[in-house]
Write a new protein. Structure first.
Length: 199
């Protein structure tokens, strides 16, 4: 049951604001629901999504992306920002078209089935207002997963990041995530947990 701390805070003053092309930063003086006044800063983030693409044989498509902020390659499901006026389903289709081509096979079939929502995630609530839609997309039975990329360089993200495509069976992905050898991405763990419950 919600208590008084779940009510909205009151903005008292904007102390700083900086807006970039896609992201912004704000610092505000707030009156918190419990009556305390304090200053908080956070990253203003556009809406995002993460897709769990699954082929008919059960394999899923992931990316091994280099993340400069942590200096490592992370195993992740495809993700990105929503463009202005774009629905989550349209953004998912755009991401998959970029990774697989418009039909995934060259046969003229759509790459993706309808978006199946898995929920929403607040990946970094301590310093960002980002809200990420998580969803499952079942790829067509006629589509074979592409070969895993053997070299870095496939364009992946809206931010220009690069990486490699990786297709794994559920058991192989479970093993990779449980091994302790794989740098873990919390968003991918959450999306995978929700997708497995759906199946």
């Amino acid at each position: 049951m919600p208590d008084a701390c779940d009510s909205p805070h009151q903005s008292l003053a904007i102390e700083a604001s900086l807006q970039g092309e896609a992201y912004g930063f704000g610092r505000e003086r707030l009156r918190l629901p419990m009556g305390l006044d304090a200053s908080f800063g956070w990253l203003r983030h556009p809406p995002t999504l993460m897709v769990v693409p699954r082929w008919a044989d059960g394999r899923v498509l992931l990316l091994r992306r280099y993340r400069p902020a942590v200096g490592q390659r992370l195993l992740e499901f495809p993700s990105g920002r929503l463009a202005a006026g774009e629905t989550v389903a349209q953004a998912a289709q755009r991401l998959l078209d970029r990774l697989l081509g418009p039909d995934g096979t060259g046969a003229g079939q759509p790459a993706a089935a309808p978006w199946e929502p898995l929920g929403q995630l607040r990946p970094n609530p301590g310093y960002s207002d980002e809200c990420m839609a998580l969803g499952l997309v079942r790829l067509g039975a006629q589509q074979a997963p592409p070969a895993n990329d053997t070299a870095e360089g496939l364009l992946m993200g809206d931010d220009g990041s690069t990486g490699q495509r990786v297709s794994l069976s559920p058991a192989a992905l479970d093993g990779a995530l449980a091994s302790g050898d794989e740098p873990l991405d919390g968003r991918t763990l959450t999306a995978w947990f929700l997708a497995r419950r759906r199946w």
